[in-house]
Each structure stands twice: as structure tokens, then as C-alpha cells.
Design a protein around this ligand. Structure first.
Ligand SMILES: [Zn+2]
Ligand SMILES: [Zn+2]
Length: 340
């Protein structure tokens, strides 16, 4: 039985026996990854960590996140194994936060956020959007390619099959986990620095809805089945995504009125971002069972493993060869943004 059919069966059972919150959803690594980092403050902390920020006070200045929220998110990242708190001064005791190997694995995702921002919402004044590839010395746009054949792969160039870890997961995050970050808790700079990719991924349900659209959800019921999401929240997020230009609505039935939702070109271009998240989730969050879903590249027939390259020299880009903007530049950028 495929994961999809298992879900249908579980959902049918759920209608009579369990409350919606207990229904199961098809296991997939993107949802697992988003449950850890699909939160505005967390995303910003991670992006800053990739730019070399390590100390609490620097995180506070650069991100503008309130100390209590910052403490909480750093602790969660530590618990999840993404960052480690380490002593950098014994007297007085001082700590800094370093990305672990697991955390460094999210570098590809950070690069794909930058790629999307540069392609659709380029802001020349944002230091975060202007990485330099030290291999060739040029400011670059990270490119997403298939590691096996070196070609760019679009959402339409791939197909998915059940992997060894396919099955059912508990319903994903939002309700079961922490409350989502309220707008007022994250100041303007948070949105400005991550612009739209942060807006999309940083809201837990929004990011889950986008990921679902990549898994083929089109109708309202498809999203509900994949996510076990309350209808009022789903309606709200679908509308927001239509407004943001990520999804477009189609009327597929007039009486009663039924709508379907498709990714726009801009929305489809989030595919590399979703794929790097999936790949990270497969590596770190599979619970030892293997990937729940295998995505294959139609072009070469192999499992799609992301390889990020530079658009100038076409060499690999990783956390060793990207030059981050100086932390002073980040701080003054943050300060300016906050005053505007
Ligand atoms: Zn390929
Ligand atoms: Zn280069």
C-alpha cells in the first residue's frame, strides 16, 4: 500500500475514532525539517550563524529579536542538535553558539533562500543577498543542480516514489508544538533581512502548505489530507499565498464553487529550496529508517541529490568558500533598517 493510501485509510478511521489533531499524515522529510526551522526567528538566527555571528549579544543586535525569544530559540536549536553552546571565556563565563555538523548541513538551504531572493526580490542594499564565492572571487547567485548529471532540475523534471522510510508521521508541528511567533515579537528587520523567503518559510503553516503544493496538492481537500490542518487556517494560508503571488486560484467547478491552487512560476522556483530541506531531513531526521520519499531526476533517472554551484565559475559552493559580509556591515544594516 502506498503512503498516500495509508493516509486515506488513517484519515477515514480518524473521522470516527479520533480527533483531527491525532490523525496521521504521510511521512516526509520536508515537514520534519520545517518543524525544526520553519519559524521566523529560528530562520534568522540560522542565517546569521552562517554569516559568522556566534555570540548572544551579536545575535540580539543583528536580528533585533527580543532576548527572551532569542534565548528560547537558541535553546531549541541546541536541543535539536543544530547548534551547540560552547564556552569561549572561562572568567567570567561566556558562551557562544556554534553550528554543529547537522547545522552546517542547512547551508545549502540558506543558499537556496539567497538564490530565490536574488532572482525574485533582489535588494542590492541587503548584505545577506550579496554573498561572494571565494573560489572565483565574485559576488554570485547560487545555482541548484543534480549532483549526478550537473543539470538544473525543476519541479517538473522530477518524480517521487516511496522510500524505505515511507509511512505515517504524527501530525506536524504547529498545534502540537510551540505557538507561532507573533508579528510583534519579531521586529521589522527580521522581515526585511530575509525578505520574502523568510516570510514564507518562517510561518509554519504557510511553509507546510507550500511544501504540500510541491507534493501535488491542488484542491482544498488535498492540502487537508496531507497536513491535517484546520480549514480556517488552511483558507487563510492559501489566500495569503495567492496574495503573495506564490499560488494562483482556478475555479474548477462552478456549482458548488470549487477552487484549486497551483504554484505560479515564482512559487515553482522555490523547488530548490524545498529539495535542500528534504535532503537535509533525509540525512538527519529519518530516525534510522531511510528516506520516506525518493525524488528522482527524470533527465538522468537517478535520485536527485542537490549540488549547489556558483553561476560564474560553476564550481561547488559550500560553507568553506562563501565569504560572508562583515558582521559590522550586518549590524549597521540592521540598525538602519530598524530606524526606517
Ligand atoms: Zn540528473
Ligand atoms: Zn565562483
Amino acid at each position: 500500500m502506498t503512503a498516500k493510501r495509508r493516509v486515506r485509510k488513517a484519515v477515514r478511521k480518524g473521522e470516527t475514532k479520533t480527533k483531527p489533531a491525532e490523525q496521521l499524515v504521510a511521512a516526509n522529510s520536508v515537514n520534519r525539517a520545517l518543524n525544526i526551522m520553519g519559524d521566523r526567528a529560528t530562520l534568522l538566527i540560522l542565517n546569521c550563524a552562517f554569516l559568522g555571528v556566534r555570540r548572544f549579544n551579536d545575535f540580539k543586535v543583528v536580528t533585533g529579536i527580543a532576548p527572551s525569544l532569542l534565548t528560547d530559540r537558541l535553546r531549541r536549536l541546541d536541543d535539536a542538535g543544530v547548534m551547540r553552546r560552547a564556552v569561549y571565556s572561562k572568567r567570567p563565563p561566556r558562551y557562544e553558539y556554534r553550528l554543529t555538523e547537522m547545522g552546517l548541513g542547512l547551508h545549502d538551504t540558506a543558499l537556496m533562500m539567497i538564490r530565490w531572493e536574488r532572482r525574485w526580490h533582489f535588494d542590492p542594499n541587503s548584505p545577506m543577498q550579496r554573498p561572494v564565492h571565494s573560489t572565483c572571487g565574485k559576488e554570485f547567485t547560487p545555482e541548484f543542480t543534480c549532483a549526478a548529471c550537473g543539470q538544473f532540475a525543476d519541479a517538473r523534471d522530477v518524480y517521487a516514489t516511496d522510500g524505505p522510510g515511507s509511512g505515517l508521521d504524527k501530525p506536524q508541528g504547529p498545534r502540537a508544538q510551540r505557538r507561532s511567533t507573533k508579528m510583534e515579537e519579531t521586529p521589522k528587520t527580521v522581515h526585511k533581512m530575509l525578505e520574502r523567503a523568510g516570510e514564507l518559510l518562517g510561518d509554519r503553516w504557510t511553509s507546510h502548505v507550500v511544501a504540500s503544493a510541491f507534493r501535488g496538492a491542488k484542491r482544498f481537500a488535498d492540502f487537508q489530507e496531507q497536513l491535517n490542518i484546520a480549514s480556517n487556517i488552511l483558507t487563510d494560508r492559501l489566500n495569503r499565498l495567492v496574495e503573495a503571488g506564490i499560488l494562483k486560484k482556478h475555479l474548477y467547478q462552478v456549482r458548488p464553487e470549487r477552487l484549486s491552487y497551483k504554484l505560479t512560476e515564482e512559487g515553482r522556483d522555490l523547488f530548490p529550496l524545498i529539495m535542500t530541506l528534504m535532503s537535509w531531513g533525509d540525512r538527519w531526521l529519518d530516525g534510522g529508517k531511510g528516506a520516506p520519499v525518493i525524488v528522482r531526476h527524470k533527465g538522468c533517472g537517478t535520485k536527485l541529490v542537490p549540488k549547489i554551484t556558483c553561476n560564474h565559475c560553476h564550481e561547488v559552493v559550500d560553507h568553506h568558500n562563501v565569504t560572508a559580509p562583515h558582521s559590522e556591515a550586518l549590524k549597521s544594516f540592521s540598525a538602519n533598517r530598524r530606524h526606517n
